[in-house]
Design a protein around this ligand. Structure first.
Ligand code: DX5
Ligand code: ZN
Length: 220
């Protein structure tokens, strides 16, 4: 199974973002995870389409936009134009989940659905077949550097079971508190895409950190 490491720019040096994304691409990252917060759906405020567009020419990697915003639909096309490749949103943040998924695809991006630790997987019942990504939050969204919530581990296994039952290629991404020390345990439950903010940008040698994560996953 292919695995992907997605450094979250939330933990990067915002005064040097272009340099930071180039550095993680050179260090072996597979995606750039781009956390969008609106001080409404989550109690923090980060970056929008302008910053996504500014970063786009700096990397060839796919940009994995994680929308923590409410409402969702108005901003989707702006991110598509800004060079996003994947766009995930939270089901509680939109009135019409199916419409938002279709909108993301119409804009030429891959749609993902994001689940907070206590959000029920029932939202997948009529949506999974249309998704390219399921994003499981292993912290409550809003801040980097939080502790991994262990009760999400069985949820990862349940999503893996559901994805395999579709027979489609749908990525299973885990976001929040992922580190060198727990990445193998998370992968063992069936995750294939790992967001790591502070665990990558908080270390001096990004290549060594990403390399060690791959080593813990048994892929170098
Ligand atoms: C939290 C964000 C995460 C966050 C992860 O709301 O969605 O992507 O940046 O940061 P770490 O890896 O530091 O927990
Ligand atoms: Zn995120």
């Amino acid at each position: 199974m292919a695995i992907r490491i997605a450094p979250s720019i939330l933990a990067a040096d915002f005064a040097r973002l272009g340099e930071e994304v180039r550095a993680v691409e050179a260090a072996g990252a597979d995606l750039i995870h781009f956390d969008v917060m609106d001080n409404h759906y989550v109690p923090n405020l980060t970056v929008g389409p302008l910053v996504c567009a500014a970063l786009r020419p700096h990397v060839r990697l796919p940009i994995d936009v994680h929308l923590m915003v409410k409402p969702v639909d108005r901003i989707v096309a702006d991110f598509a134009r800004a060079g996003a490749n994947l766009i995930s949103f939270h089901p509680e943040a939109t009135e019409h989940i199916d419409r938002t998924i279709a909108l993301i695809r119409e804009c030429g991006c891959k749609p993902g659905l994001a689940f907070n630790p206590a959000t029920p997987l029932a939202y997948l019942d009529h949506a999974l077949e249309k998704l390219d990504l399921v994003l499981l939050m292993s912290v409550n969204p809003g801040f980097g550097g939080q502790q991994f919530i262990g009760s999400v581990l069985p949820k990862i296994a349940e999503v893996r079971r559901r994805i395999d039952a579709t027979g489609r290629e749908i990525w299973l991404e885990v976001d929040g508190g992922v580190k060198i020390d727990n990445i193998a345990e998370i992968a063992a439950r069936g995750a294939d895409t790992f967001v790591a903010g502070s665990a990558v940008f908080g270390t001096p040698d990004y290549a060594a950190t990403i390399g060690e994560m791959r080593a813990r996953l048994g892929v170098v």
